[in-house]
Design a protein around this ligand. Structure first.
Ligand SMILES: Nc1ncnc2c1ncn2[C@@H]1O[C@H](COP(=O)(O)OP(=O)(O)OP(=O)(O)O)[C@@H](O)[C@H]1O
Ligand SMILES: [Mg+2]
Length: 376
């Protein structure tokens, strides 16, 4: 009997996870499904060691497969118990760095850098090792957002090679082109130079072991994006948009860029920033000044996950300017929003790593407008 992995996943999708409103596959409980002849091995990850829950999960899996496909199938269920806050991340991209997540938007100014900084500190709070590479060579913002504007990375010896040491702030490792230029200096980078500088910050840096390296990309879908995707095995991309029509149209372009055959980076989902205005003292009052639900609808149309919404609140802007990402303030509207978003991001990364092989750096052979982009 030849078993179809997809069919088994479909059967497992009929099992719902208590309290989550999601099925076993969506919620990331199913970590892996392997078939060997007429035998299926299902790896589950549970967040509780309770025996009756383990037993129940095992019985549910067997029953779903036997009832819906064939009762003669041999089913083996492996159960691993892990802390809910820290699922195992698989799929090594570059040595030491488990996952590279690109944060992008089509339109400028929609809050990519703000979202990147807040995701970074939220992940760190959850116990992950996190790095941020500010790849916005035109307008680097991480030095300000992490209050390390005057920091200068030092060089350290690693295995006889000299490497750049990222700057640490709030537990996050950071490298930015802003560390190498003066804030008042307008820097004009040509494509090849920019990609060389970025390559150095990625490959000639002592990042250590990271669960996540977040890339804060410049706005748009231009040469620099292609150049980065050319040189880096990106695990997945997160697209940020506001609910405004102009931003949504550009977000759509961003999603199609990642999904295009020649680039093929999985889109982990869309985040709606500035979803509504809320005065911090009246968190139940929501004013949809840029329109309501635009990014959620876009995600649905494009069939990519919707990762959540961030309200427009004054403290986010202030915290960004002050150099202390707002999500660090526990129990606030902002911290709660990022908590929910980050859990979804992690879940999508885990799901992606289960279903797809590690992304290779994109090899772009011919693409219009790409001639200026070189890998140096
Ligand atoms: N949810 C929010 N609430 C309040 N202010 C916000 C929010 N998101 C972003 N901002 C503010 O909006 C401005 C633009 O945000 P940010 O720099 O993060 O955007 P960006 O998409 O990275 O811009 P660019 O395209 O220039 O890189 C900043 O001043 C930031 O503090
Ligand atoms: Mg930015």
């Amino acid at each position: 009997m030849k078993l179809d992995r997809k069919e088994i996943l479909k059967a497992l999708e009929t099992i719902s996870v208590a309290g989550e409103g999601k099925n076993m596959v969506e919620s990331g409980v199913v970590q892996n499904v392997m078939t060997f002849g007429d035998e299926v091995v299902v790896d589950l990850v549970l967040t509780t060691p309770a025996l009756h829950i383990k037993k129940r999960a095992e019985v549910d899996v067997m029953k779903a497969i036997h009832d819906q496909i064939d009762e003669k199938i041999k089913v083996k269920v492996n159960i691993k118990v892990e802390n809910a806050e820290k699922p195992e991340i698989k799929g090594k991209a570059i040595p030491g760095i488990s996952n590279i997540v690109a944060i992008s938007s089509g339109k400028g100014g929609v809050g990519k850098s703000t979202v990147t900084a807040n995701i970074a500190v939220t992940l760190t709070n959850m116990g992950f090792k996190v790095g941020v590479l500010d790849a916005d060579i035109y307008g680097p913002s991480m030095p300000i957002m992490f209050d390390v504007e005057n920091a200068r990375p030092i060089s350290v010896e690693v295995n006889g090679k000299s490497k750049m040491k990222p700057i640490t702030s709030y537990g996050v490792e950071i490298l930015s082109i802003g560390f190498f230029t003066r804030p008042d200096q307008a820097v004009i980078w040509r494509g090849p130079m920019a990609s060389k500088a970025l390559n150095q910050m990625i490959f000639d840096a002592d990042w250590g072991e990271l669960d996540f390296l977040l890339l804060d990309l410049p706005p748009g879908t231009g040469d620099i994006h292609l150049s980065i995707l050319q040189s880096l095995p990106v695990t997945g991309a997160v697209v940020v948009s506001t609910p405004q029509a102009v931003a949504l149209a550009d977000a759509k372009k961003g999603v199609s860029m990642f999904m295009s055959d020649s680039i093929n980076v999985p889109v982990l989902g869309i985040i709606e920033n500035m979803a509504y205005f809320t005065p911090e003292e009246l968190p139940n009052n929501k004013y949809y000044i840029f329109g309501e639900g635009g990014a959620r609808n876009l995600a649905q149309d494009l069939e990519v996950p919707f990762l959540g919404e961030v309200p427009l609140v004054q403290s986010i802007r202030e915290a960004g300017d002050y150099g202390r990402p707002a999500a660090l303030q526990e129990g606030t509207v902002v911290a709660n929003a990022f908590d929910a978003i980050v859990k979804n991001v992690v879940q999508e990364v885990v799901k992606r790593n289960d279903s797809l092989p590690a992304t290779e750096a994109v090899k772009i052979t011919t693409m219009a407008g790409c001639s200026a982009v070189g890998k140096n």
